[in-house]
Write a protein that binds this ligand. Structure first.
Ligand code: FAD
Length: 327
């Protein structure tokens, strides 16, 4: 029987959203190619998460617990996962394209001598051959990649590419404890300290409403206009890269290719031109409203609603209107 091996991602004892997004795609693929889904969970004292991972379509959860993996360790992940892939021979191994996945997946693929496609936005099979879709050249081009001579594949999946699947399984999912093969000598690196990002309290990837500011804001004081709108709509403030580069907002609030990928219900872009590196991080938002004084700004091609105007004239009016509507 074919297997899709899905590497669950947990951090500090919490399952990350990417896991459920990958599960949605895994279920679809498993039905297509008649495969079973094995979810692998690595960490220490994480067995309480198996319940949350017992999602419809999941056949088994491989639970690997070792104190050495209490904190993420690249060598540890690579060793444990390569053993599992050798044993299970999954047709497809799915890993999140997150800072963790980006760190350990290339080494894992090398250890196993298997092809790796990173940052996939879509996956499909035909005749048991994988076609993986990914973006190239800062998201300017979309390419489909095939490996005609391979029978096993490893992919990392772009966050927000798929809608998360969280429906609990009605059957009880088999939990298999994997015994530890890790020795201290395997771990060539050690985490000495975890430095949390400044502004850790904001996780823009979880916000329902985002008000994002761009280079149209010439001084830090100007941001008050956006902050007022943000307050009126109950949103979270985010920015394009020039603003975070200036240090006016923390990097945790940067949207785009080198920032966060977000998918809020409403994304309001204020004075952002819409360069591909920015759009890559927000184009999947449910509704996009753009305010820009340049009618040819590329942001308008992804926006659902556009206002061509000086934002410093329009935003205060919007603010007033929203506040009076709320009253
Ligand atoms: C490798 C690489 C990675 C990158 N990663 C990212 C990333 O993750 N995120 C990101 O955002 N960028 C990223 N960039 C930078 C990106 O290429 C753009 O430079 C950046 O997104 C532009 O930001 P902006 O739209 O705020 O500024 P600009 O492109 O300067 O646009 C400002 C816009 O504001 C409008 N405007 C000016 N004044 C007003 C006004 N008063 N009212 C209304 N509109 C006004 C202008 O018409 C213009 O369209 C990256 C670049 C590279 C090379």
């Amino acid at each position: 029987v074919r297997t899709i091996l899905l590497v669950a991602e947990q951090r500090e004892g919490k399952v990350r959203e990417i896991t459920f997004e990958m599960l949605a795609k895994a279920k679809e693929l498993a039905e297509e190619i008649d495969a079973q889904i094995s979810v692998v969970l690595l960490g220490y004292d994480v067995d309480n998460l198996t319940k949350e991972l017992s999602i419809v379509g999941v056949d088994e959860i491989l639970l690997f617990e070792d104190e050495k993996l209490k904190i993420y360790n690249c060598d540890g992940y690579q060793i444990v996962l390569s053993e599992l892939v050798k044993e299970k021979k999954p047709i497809l191994t799915m890993i999140g394209h997150t800072s963790l996945g980006v760190d350990f997946s290339p080494g894992l693929a090398t250890k196993l001598n298997l092809p790796l496609v990173t940052d996939c936005t879509d996956l499909r099979f035909s005749n048991d051959k994988l076609t993986a879709t990914r973006q190239m050249h800062s998201d300017k081009a979309s390419v489909e990649i095939i490996f005609p001579h391979s029978t096993q594949y490893i992919v990392t999946v772009r966050p927000t590419a798929f809608s998360p699947l969280k429906e609990p399984s009605s059957n009880s999912v088999k939990i298999v404890r994997v015994s530890s093969c890790l020795k201290d000598k395997h771990l060539r690196s050690e985490v000495i300290e975890i430095v949390k990002p400044f502004d850790e309290d904001v996780d823009i990837t979880k916000a329902n409403i985002i008000v994002a500011v761009g280079r149209a804001f010439k001084t830090e004081e100007d941001l008050v206009v956006a902050k007022n709108l943000c307050e009126a709509v109950g949103g979270v403030l985010a920015a394009s890269r020039p603003i975070t580069d200036k240090g006016w907002l923390s990097e945790a609030r940067q949207v785009g290719l080198t920032g966060k990928i977000v998918k809020p219900k409403l994304y309001i872009a204020l004075g952002i031109s819409g360069q591909t590196q920015h759009v890559a991080g927000m184009k999947n938002s449910k509704m996009i409203v753009a305010i820009n004084k340049d009618p040819t700004a590329p942001i308008f091609s992804v926006a659902d609603y556009g206002i061509v105007a000086n934002l410093f004239d329009v935003v205060p009016i919007l603010d007033e209107q929203i506040k009076s509507a709320q009253e």
